[in-house]
Design a protein around this ligand. Structure first.
Ligand code: GRF
Length: 223
């Protein structure tokens, strides 16, 4: 795994995640459960944002009594205006790391600029294969099967302006079976996603803490 730049944490207390989701929210739930079980220590989800009022993941967040917010396309004049609203919301919740968990919109400049190197996404393929615009949902797994791949998996990467092209922080692999359908392959990959995403976030936080300790050891004035 590569080490992204040190995220500037400007507050005391746990590392704060801001989750963006559009649908089911099973990756969000896996992250929240990793926090609750102590597998993802010193971390909390400070806000869950969706672009769909009816997103199942948003309901789950409410049941977990997490702060939520909705930013629907219809309420904004442009993609930039919508993403400015989301960036402001993430900042208001003092988010350290933005976690895309099945978010179906492309992230534009206002969020990219405010959270440079601090946005993660999970994608259900072994990137750089089967990534990019339009490569979403079952289409990914259909393409893997059509091409006769023997292996697939999932990737967590940093988000940049190029869709699915940011540096890869972690991957998990699964076999493709002879009788797989897109649905059965998707389910096998999804089970891996739920392990991979909390693990990569934990590593990201650990990298941050290591760098902070190193900086303080070399520059005691900062302590
Ligand atoms: C996952 O397959 C993820 O890789 C992709 O969108 C899907 C989201 O699923 N980016 P869920 O909403 O987390 O259940």
């Amino acid at each position: 795994m590569i080490s992204p730049v040190n995220p500037p944490i400007k507050h005391a207390g746990p590392f704060r995640l801001g989750v963006l989701l559009s649908g089911r929210g099973s990756n969000f739930l896996a992250i929240q459960e990793a926090i609750e079980s102590g597998q993802l220590p010193n971390t909390l989800i400070s806000v869950v944002i969706s672009n769909h009022t009816e997103a199942l993941g948003l309901q789950t967040a409410k049941e977990k009594q997490l702060p939520t917010a909705v930013f629907e396309k219809a309420d904004y004049a442009s993609r930039t205006a919508l993403d400015e609203g989301i960036a402001d919301c993430l900042k208001a919740h003092q988010v350290d790391l933005v976690v895309l968990a099945g978010y179906d919109r492309i992230i534009s400049a206002p969020i990219l600029a405010a959270f440079e190197q601090r946005i993660l996404n999970i994608h259900p393929s072994l990137l750089p294969a089967y990534g990019g615009k339009g490569m979403v949902g079952l289409k990914v797994h259909q393409a893997v099967l059509v091409n006769g791949e023997r292996e697939s998996g999932c990737s967590v990467h940093l988000v940049t302006a190029q869709v699915d092209e940011g540096p890869i922080l972690g991957q998990s692999r699964v076999p493709v079976l002879a009788d797989d359908t897109p649905e059965s392959l998707a389910a096998r990959v999804l089970a891996q996603e739920h392990q991979l995403y909390p693990g990569v976030i934990r590593q990201y936080l650990q990298n941050h803490l290591n760098r902070k300790e190193n900086q303080e050891a070399h520059d005691p004035v900062l302590q």
